[in-house]
Design a protein around this ligand. Structure first.
Ligand code: HEC
Ligand code: HEC
Length: 512
């Protein structure tokens, strides 16, 4: 009898025409901790990832935006962060939010791969051995980032907790947000570490897991970040797709194989989507249209002049990190693993269909010109700071002022001049592909889906040490109302077994 390996080798010889271009399969050693951090460490990270305790107002967790049942994102173009309630596309903002998160929540599949030396769509956090920072990491925290962070993924977990719009909340609401507003980042991390230390469940786990922690007082936030990174490495590894089987020599259908041939050949997708993660980890401008408010870092003042809000709208991507003209509107090539699960697509979720995202690549400039902005989740109540001698308070923006406020979401795309700037930066040459070729490529992209990644909601713990409801809460009343679950007929006798409905949000969170 032939061994599976021999059969695999035989198959490779028969269908191996593109073998030279195909990457090697992913292996344990391609991942941090060689893919196997201690179970105690990643279990601690798991609690932290789903526990709202890491947010200033204790009302949002990492997993609220990186939901393991929603492709490790949140299923919307632009996330609703701190202050929202409910989950995924049903997340609402009646209690008031300060604005939208300006970019699409990135998927976390295989984010523990060592090849990720930069984080975020613009790589603003990256390993930098030459940069002169003691942490060996270049990041928005500059010299405040502690030394001894082992890798970019661990360092990344230090940041969402500092973002007012994502997790920290607004100054005046809690001491973490206050510290961030004063740019005292070390103080913000200190307060969070103290919070964890004050919780007996967490304190015990930290003492057990880390050799350099003897008592709860020794807990630092970078310990928490390490545990989160360990969890992400294990939980979101995903290399059980049919593409992986193909890399090991197993065949695909004729259409998929034709798509693979195009991807690695004529269509030149692999010139950027290369390697086992289908990304070169580089930054390219491909004229994805802008929707949403941007990061208040652009150079254009036209919105500010028109609206009176001192807000800059264009998201210039990598340019904001390097200041190099060649990086204008460039974003990191995304990994295409599980890409069918991770919509909406593009750095701001501009494309609601995978097919439209792929077609955009065929003639990026024409696609930009004919693009119709995708609908963004409604912002029911936008709050704005009102400063007085007594301090800062927050008031809902009046309907009269909402018009000019909301314009920021479509300002860039509505401006021919700004659209032209995005078009001018484009580096993707038009390519000629027939309808049939496009559908073959799409068939190939489907082979990148790992069936075990479709729904990993089993990762959500039933309880976390803080005693707060873990997020996302699948049995949440906010979800049940609007999901198909509501329509599904409960079997007789089942109804009373359903857990108590609860909505998590600013409104019903009393533990400040
Ligand atoms: C409010 C939504 C939100 C929350 C909460 C959130 N994230 Fe994110 N996450 C995002 C968005 C949006 C991005 C992309 C940001 C950018 O490029 O500017 C991102 C990017 C990332 C990345 C970078 C991935 C890559 O490919 O470079 C990682 C890792 C990550 N988040 C992990 C976390 C962790 C860990 C937490 C909790 C400590 C967290 N996130 C909390 C929305 C969120
Ligand atoms: C010049 C480099 C380059 C080439 C060539 C290229 N891409 Fe991309 N691709 C990118 C970049 C950069 C992005 C992200 C752009 C953004 O969000 O602004 C992207 C985004 C995508 C996305 C969306 C992924 C997500 O998670 O949002 C898909 C799908 C995709 N590309 C498929 C393809 C296919 C199929 C081909 C070949 C027809 C191709 N790409 C060729 C650079 C490239």
């Amino acid at each position: 009898m032939r061994s599976p390996l021999t059969i695999a080798l035989l198959l490779t010889t028969c269908i191996g025409a593109y073998a030279a271009d195909l990457p090697d399969p992913l292996e344990d050693r391609d991942f941090l901790w060689n893919g196997a951090p201690s179970p105690e460490l990643s279990e601690l990270g798991r609690s932290l990832f789903f526990d709202p305790i890491l947010s200033g107002n204790r009302n949002i967790a990492c997993a609220t935006c990186h939901d393991p049942a929603l492709g490790t994102g949140d299923g919307v173009s632009l996330s609703i962060g701190e202050g929202g309630s409910g989950f995924g596309p049903e997340r609402v903002t009646q209690d008031g939010v300060i604005g939208r998160v300006p970019r699409n929540a990135q998927p976390l599949y295989n984010i523990g791969a060592r090849a990720y030396t930069s984080m975020f769509h613009d790589g603003r956090l990256e390993l930098d051995h030459m940069g002169g920072f003691p942490s060996r990491l270049r990041s928005p925290a500059k010299e405040q980032l502690p030394e001894g962070l082992d890798n970019a993924l661990t360092a990344q977990a230090m940041f969402p907790v500092l973002s007012a719009i994502e997790m920290a909340g607004q100054p005046g609401e809690n001491p973490i947000a206050d510290a961030v507003a004063e740019r005292n980042l070390r103080q913000a991390w200190r307060i969070l570490a103290d919070r964890l230390a004050a919780n007996p469940g967490y304190a015990q786990q930290f003492v057990t897991v880390f050799n350099d922690i003897e008592t709860a007082d020794d807990i630092r936030f970078d310990h928490a970040a390490t545990a989160i990174a360990a969890f992400e490495t294990v939980a979101f590894r995903s290399d059980w797709s049919r593409f992986d089987a193909r890399l090991a020599g197993w065949p695909m259908t004729t259409t998929e194989e034709a798509g693979l041939k195009l991807f690695y050949g004529k269509a030149e997708c692999s010139s950027c989507h290369s390697g086992p993660l289908l990304t070169d980890h580089e930054f390219h401008a491909i004229a994805v249209p802008q929707i949403g408010p941007g990061k208040d870092q652009g150079s254009d003042g036209s919105y500010a002049v028109h609206s009176g809000y001192p807000h800059r709208v264009e998201d210039q991507g990598r340019f904001n990190v390097t200041g190099e003209e060649a990086d204008l509107f460039a974003f990191r090539t995304p990994s295409l693993r599980n890409v069918a699960l991770t919509g909406p697509w593009g750095h701001n979720g501009a494309f609601a269909s995978l097919e439209d995202m792929v077609r955009h690549h065929l003639d990026a400039v024409a696609s930009l010109a004919s693009y119709i902005p995708a609908e963004l989740p409604a912002l029911d109540t936008v709050i704005q700071p009102v400063r007085s001698r007594a301090g800062v308070s927050y008031q809902a923006l009046s309907p009269m002022k909402r018009g000019t406020y909301d314009l920021r979401d479509i300002w860039v795309h509505s401006s021919e001049r700004l659209r032209n700037e995005i078009a001018r930066a484009n580096t993707l040459a038009p390519m000629d592909l027939s309808e049939e070729e496009v559908s073959r490529i799409l068939a190939f992209l489907e082979t990148l889906t790992d069936p075990t990644a479709i729904d990993r909601s089993y990762l959500v713990p039933t309880a976390v040490p803080s005693g707060l409801p873990p997020q996302p809460g699948r049995d949440d009343a906010c979800l049940r109302d609007s999901h198909s679950l509501a329509g599904a007929k409960a079997l007789p006798g089942e109804a009373e077994d359903l857990p108590e409905p609860r909505c998590v949000g600013r409104g019903d969170n009393t533990q400040h």
